[in-house]
Design a protein around this ligand. Structure first.
Ligand code: XIL
Length: 388
């Protein structure tokens, strides 16, 4: 989105009624009433025309060890909120190697097919995640004793099969995920592909993905790259090199797994802008903002306000950059979030309470989306399939 839009929009009254002030209370009894699902009152309805507001679709990964059944298939209220609030969806786990390719000669497409079908019914685009990563790979791959040539063929077949199956239905692909460490060095030990086949395999992955779906926008994706730092510099240099060589890379995405324990990443907009200046799309792909909740403590009002401001600043950074056109949160309801499972003593990282009522962070996002939409020029023309 353009900065000029923000300025223009700030002057306009909008048709949407926002709460007069962010709810500041933290105790459950003070929380706002559950909202209806009126389309005028959802994030996607508040979104500027060429901008997508997304979420991860809960399933697989940590969910399989939790006491609840698979959320996407079993929680009707979850599905309603998913359909009404968001205009983009990402598979939280259902396209990762260990999930979609559990045995060498077997793929598991049913869950992803269902997500794509759901997205199409609800006028949503889909982000694909991910093709080349050091994590969540199946044992048969990590422990297999393959020759270099076999491994190369395995990766190529996987990309051609998975990207090919959903060609035309996936708007953006996270082709390569987390290939650098925090110092900006390639993960030459952890990443099986880079370790066994050398760094050139990453460019090949982009070439194969492009072959399989020439329309899809192909991204690098990582955490800890919101600011200008050693890691984002490493991406900047690599992408410049790829562009010079004609490797089909189209986007750079920052995940945005943030914690209010730390400062907000400095200069996020300028960092996205330098990638935009290379001619790339940018995106925020996995944002959540966690907080310390020792011994099961409830979030305080101050924590919730700080969380809301981090979400909002990240969204504003993206809205300020011309081709930053999607902002995806990594789940929208606390009870299904990966955060408490992976970060002990931390949580409450999403924008909704467990009963789907909205936190201050939700309203902060909505406010920025509305401000970025001049003249209420929206919104529904670009969601033709939406019905409620
Ligand atoms: C997480 C999922 O949310 C969990 O369900 C799973 O158990 C582990 O992975 N960076 C990424 C995402 O690129 O794929 C990760 O998702 C979170 C960090």
């Amino acid at each position: 989105m353009k900065a000029s839009r923000l300025a223009a929009a700030a002057m306009l009254a909008t048709a949407i009624t926002l709460p007069a002030a962010l709810p500041s209370a933290a105790s459950p009894s003070d929380r706002p009433e559950p909202p209806g699902l009126a389309k005028q009152d959802t994030l996607r309805w508040s979104t500027p025309k060429d901008f997508r507001i997304g979420t991860a679709v809960a399933g697989g990964g940590h969910h399989t060890s939790q006491p609840y059944p698979a959320p996407f298939f079993n929680d009707q209220q979850y599905r309603e909120v998913l359909g009404s609030e968001f205009s983009s969806v990402s598979a939280e786990n259902q396209m990762k190697w260990e999930f979609i390719h559990p045995e060498r000669n077997r793929y598991r497409f049913a869950e992803m097919d269902a997500i794509v079908e759901f997205a199409q019914k609800h006028g949503q685009v889909v982000r694909g995640h991910t093709l080349l990563w050091h994590s969540q790979n199946p044992e048969w791959l990590e422990e297999g004793d393959f020759s270099d040539q076999e491994l190369r063929t395995i990766l190529k077949d996987h990309i051609m099969t998975v990207v090919g199956r959903y060609a035309g239905q996936i708007q953006q692909w996270d082709v390569a995920n987390e290939i650098f460490d925090s110092e900006g060095n390639l993960r030459t030990e952890e990443n099986i592909w880079i370790r066994e086949l050398g760094p050139g395999i990453v460019a090949d992955a982009f070439r194969w993905a492009h072959q399989a779906d020439p329309e899809a926008k192909l991204f690098f994706n990582d955490y800890g790259v919101e600011a200008n730092n050693a890691k984002s510099d490493a991406y900047y240099e690599l992408i410049k090199d790829y562009l010079a060589k004609g490797v089909p890379v189209h986007g750079f995405a920052v995940q945005g797994h943030l914690s209010i324990r730390y400062g907000f990443p400095a200069g996020m907009e300028a960092n996205l802008q330098r990638f935009d200046d290379l001619g790339l799309e940018t995106a925020v792909t996995e944002i959540d903002v966690r907080m310390d909740l020792p011994n099961g403590a409830e979030p305080t009002a101050a924590q919730l306000e700080k969380q809301a401001s981090y979400y909002q600043r990240a969204l504003d950074a993206c809205l300020g950059v011309e081709d930053c056109n999607s902002f995806t949160i990594w789940g929208f309801v606390d009870k299904y979030s990966w955060v408490p499972v992976f970060f002990e003593g931390q949580g409450a990282a999403t924008v909704m309470w467990n009963d789907y009522t909205r936190k201050p962070a939700y309203y902060a996002l909505q406010e920025s989306l509305v401000k970025a939409t001049p003249g209420g020029e929206h919104r529904w023309e670009h969601h033709p399939a939406y019905r409620h």
